[in-house]
Design a protein around this ligand. Structure first.
Ligand code: CP
Length: 333
């Protein structure tokens, strides 16, 4: 694996391997000295053309925990605001000796362009591109589901701690909300299916993408029926992305009040979930719109844990792409 661009590119073996490596990374983070020497002398550039809190900070933390040098580049305040192109930005990073580039971009496909245009000789990690993909978010979501629920699925070999070695076969995940604009939904559908989970997308008809019938999942317009009849093990609420809604087919419809009434996870719906079910959200949350404070702060919510797991998952991704052969000298975890 040279780049991490899309969860659709991952085989089951690669996906389980990434999750298992993340579990190893998480184990190192309970030590008194958290830092590993693995990427000493290597440079990771965080190249962010869109705002981010969780992804940017956790990639920076992950790279530093692996002893890499980290350069944070935000389009705001850079020469991009003077009109510099993606190509010239990439050539500049190449001249500075970037070994890996973590890129978030408003344009779907920008990380592919960086990886394949020949402007850079670096591993490219997609940190979210337009409405297309967010692979490390899906991996940290799968890691979190596996830690909580893998024993319920059929993929767990012999009760291994934290689900290590397991896929997600037999588990049901409902992904609810603004699927139309969600790279998190697309990344999760592809990865969850590869790992053997069943997925149902739940959304109002105006927030379902054209062509969803070709995706490897079910689609429903009825959240209550999905919760009561399909009985998901995990409910993943999506952020309503008002910043991507500029009229036409993407207009925000139904109204916010109707949206929270029909598609919001509130205390009433929370009480109907199975005892073992978990509530997820990639963040940032619109409290009171797609999720109520009671649901976000409940015992079932693993939202803060998702953020913490993001560090281990991003350490694993950087490690596997940049250190490669884990048996090489100095690469011991
Ligand atoms: N989940 C996620 O991508 O959050 P940020 O936009 O804060 O990085």
């Amino acid at each position: 694996m040279k780049h991490l661009l899309s969860t659709a590119d991952l085989s089951k073996q690669e996906a389980v391997g990434l999750l298992d490596t993340a579990a190893q990374m998480a184990a190192t983070q309970s030590r008194e000295i958290k830092k590993l020497p693995t990427l000493r002398g290597r440079t990771v550039v965080n190249l962010f053309f869109e705002d981010s809190t969780r992804t940017r900070i956790s990639f920076e933390t992950a790279a530093k925990r692996l002893s890499a040098d980290v350069i944070n580049f935000s389009a705001k305040g850079s020469s991009v605001s003077k009109g510099e192109s993606l190509k010239d930005t990439a050539l500049t990073l190449h001249a500075m000796g970037a070994d890996a580039v973590v890129v978030r971009h408003w344009a779907s496909g920008a990380p592919y362009q960086l990886a394949h245009a020949g402007w850079l000789d670096a591993a490219v990690l997609n940190a979210g591109d337009g409405t297309h993909m967010h692979p490390t978010q899906a991996l940290l979501d799968a890691y979190t589901i596996r830690r909580h629920l893998a024993v319920r699925g059929s993929g767990l070999p012999g009760g291994a701690a934290d689900g290590v070695g397991a896929d997600l076969a037999g588990l049901r995940v409902a992904i609810v909300g603004d699927v139309l604009h969600s790279r998190v939904a697309r990344a999760n559908v592809a990865l969850l299916r590869t790992l053997g989970a069943e997925v149902t997308l739940v959304a109002p008809p105006t927030l379902v993408p054209v062509g969803v019938e070709t995706w490897p999942c079910r689609t429903s317009y009825d959240l209550d029926a999905t919760l009561d009849d399909w009985r998901p093990d995990a409910v993943m609420m999506l952020r309503v992305q008002r910043e991507r809604m500029s009229g036409g087919a993407g207009a925000f419809f139904p109204s916010p009040l109707e949206y929270s009434r029909y598609y919001g996870l509130d205390a009433r719906r929370l009480a109907r979930l199975a005892d073992h079910a978990i509530v997820m959200h990639p963040g940032p949350m619109n409290r009171g719109l797609e999720i109520s404070a009671e649901a976000a702060d409940s015992d079932k919510a693993v939202i803060v844990e998702q953020v913490a797991n993001g560090i281990a998952v991003r350490m694993a991704a950087l490690y596997l792409l940049m250190a490669g052969d884990s048996s090489a000298e100095g690469n011991d975890l």
